[in-house]
Design a binder for this molecule. Structure first.
Ligand code: 9D3
Length: 230
């Protein structure tokens, strides 16, 4: 999968995308991630990428012409047009279902906003999906784009290597995970549930399932089907 990112802060994408599963996917050629500086597509002598909002109001708005030139240029780098995803507080919520949908695309073009927003004409004419990661205010779309890249990369076939497939993960079944323990079996007098040390496979599986259900009922009843809730 190819992912292009249009941003005013490509340098913000260092750390998180240079480690672990994402780095391995990049090394293995499963993920081709490319960062693009939007400012390079500004044409005036001040290299401006934003301007005052028509009708007044706080802050600045990213210009439609600069973004459109950036998009056209980046698009032309590869044959697939790419699905244009704009990270925006006004977007639909990023869920496991949406992550899986996006992971099936051969190419994503992520547009990160800064300032108070982006000229709506760009959104209307060029953006395919508008996506938010949750109801809290961040300073721009860069962290949300990294969250999306991380979540999507885990679904690219082969990206998890020999580890569990994402289909086997608890979230795919709509439940939280059961608690986990490792050695030592006792620390500070803190013990591990006996059943996990019993070697009784069927009992262990039953315990894990019960724990997952109990935790989900307690912490995330919204994840349970309505009949099973309360
Ligand atoms: C405080 C400013 N807000 C009132 C005018 C508007 C606003 C503009 C730009 C609020 C946040 C942002 C920057 N955020 C994103 O670009 C963003 C975001 C987010 O803030 N939360 C969750 N998901 C996302 S995706 C992109």
């Amino acid at each position: 999968m190819r992912i292009d990112v249009l941003t005013l802060f490509p340098e913000a994408f260092g750390g998180p995308l240079d480690v672990s599963i994402i780095q391995r996917a990049r090394d293995d050629g499963l993920l081709d991630l490319r960062l693009h500086q939007v400012r390079e597509f500004a044409t005036d002598r001040h290299r401006s990428v934003d301007d005052y909002p028509f009708g007044g109001g706080q802050g600045m708005v990213m210009r439609v012409d600069v973004l459109d030139r950036a998009l056209a240029s980046v698009r032309a780098e590869a044959p697939e047009p790419g699905l244009v995803v704009f990270l925006s507080p006004q977007g639909e919520r990023l869920t496991d279902a949406l992550v899986r949908e996006l992971a099936r695309e051969p190419r994503l073009i992520l547009v990160c906003g800064r300032y108070e927003g982006v000229d709506e004409r760009f959104v209307e004419h060029r953006v395919d999906r508008e996506v938010s990661i949750g109801d809290y205010i961040l300073t721009g779309g860069e962290l949300p784009a990294m969250v999306l890249i991380d979540a999507v990369t885990r679904h690219v076939p082969g990206a998890l290597g020999d580890e569990a497939s994402p289909e086997e993960e608890s979230f795919a079944e709509g439940l939280l995970e059961h608690p986990q323990y490792t050695r030592p079996a006792e620390y500070n007098g803190w013990t591990v549930p006996d059943v996990l040390l019993s070697g009784h496979h069927a009992k262990i599986e039953k315990w894990k399932r019960e724990q997952r259900l109990a935790r989900t009922r307690e912490r995330r009843p919204d994840l349970l089907p309505p009949e099973a809730g309360s």
